[in-house]
Design a protein around this ligand. Structure first.
Ligand code: ADP
Length: 260
């Protein structure tokens, strides 16, 4: 009898637990989704005033009738670069808020990944040359993938920008795209640098929002701390994976695997 009572009690307790947990979760879910909507709306609303501010500063700066002291010119230039930085943060936040809400559709098409990679490499060559960095691309002929071209372009931009940002001076960055050996349906995107490297205990944390190993350095380099979170979202939205292998003082290698 005792064991039957115990069993009955257990069943009732489990059932009650499920019901209560379910009830508790619904308001939490609602509050998360309200928070996501708020971030998306706020980011969206901030874009217009920011772009008005940017063009206003530009207009003041380029108006021939204005005679500014060197100091004032510097202040205006600083304002301009801060507005640009904020515009980037707002755009990144909006991307992530939309991704969280599942409101970002992927527009998949079939394309040769070499074309996108080559274009990104070309656009970064002047920055690399300025820093004395050798920027190299190793492609594989006719490597077609079914993916959102714009998002893959954004993924390349984030990874190459970081690789160039976190090399002190001189060095090399290599972008490789290739088919995974033994799997015709998986493509690897590998970005290797010989920069400062990432301590082992922080290699997972860097994919979290706003996480930066050196906040001041990232900020000076124009970083928002949201790049790798967006990269991770892009890769996972395509059903792929992203990881990093790194040693401090030796360099870092970001390895993306994408279904083709
Ligand atoms: P950020 O805008 O600061 O680049 P990310 O989310 O792209 O933000 O990266 C987060 C942090 O990860 C960076 O601030 C930096 O500390 C570290 N990191 C990313 N890529 C590299 C790299 N190639 N080498 C060294 N550190 C890196």
């Amino acid at each position: 009898v005792l064991s039957t009572v115990c069993l009955l009690f257990l069943v009732i307790a489990t059932f009650a637990g499920h019901v209560l947990a379910g009830r508790a979760i619904i308001p939490i879910k609602n509050s998360f989704s309200r928070q996501r909507e708020f971030v998306a709306d706020a980011s969206h609303e901030l874009r217009t005033p920011l772009s008005v501010m940017l063009s206003s500063v530009d207009a003041i700066r380029t108006d021939d009738e204005n005679k500014f002291s060197t100091f004032s010119e510097q202040v205006l230039d600083d304002m301009k670069s801060e507005i640009k930085r904020m515009t980037k943060i707002v755009a990144d936040l909006l991307t992530l808020a939309r991704a969280d809400a599942g409101a970002t559709n992927l527009f998949k098409e079939k394309f040769d990944i070499n074309n996108v990679a080559e274009k990104v490499i070309r656009s970064f060559q002047p920055v690399a040359a300025e820093k004395g960095i050798k920027l190299e691309f190793v492609g594989t002929n006719n490597l077609f993938i079914q993916a959102d071209r714009e998002r893959i372009n954004q993924l390349f931009l984030i990874l190459i920008d970081n690789a160039l940002k976190f090399i002190q001076h001189e060095g090399a960055v290599i972008l490789t795209v290739k088919q995974v050996t033994g799997s015709k349906r998986t493509v690897n995107i590998i970005v290797q640098d010989n920069g400062q490297g990432i301590p082992e205990d922080q290699q997972q944390l860097i994919f979290e929002r706003f996480y930066r190993i050196d906040k001041a350095r990232s900020r000076d380099a124009g970083g928002t701390g949201l790049g790798l979170s967006i990269a991770k979202w892009i890769v996972e939205a395509h059903g792929g994976t992203i990881k990093v292998e790194s040693s401090v003082g030796v360099g870092s290698t970001f390895i993306v695997s994408l279904p083709s």
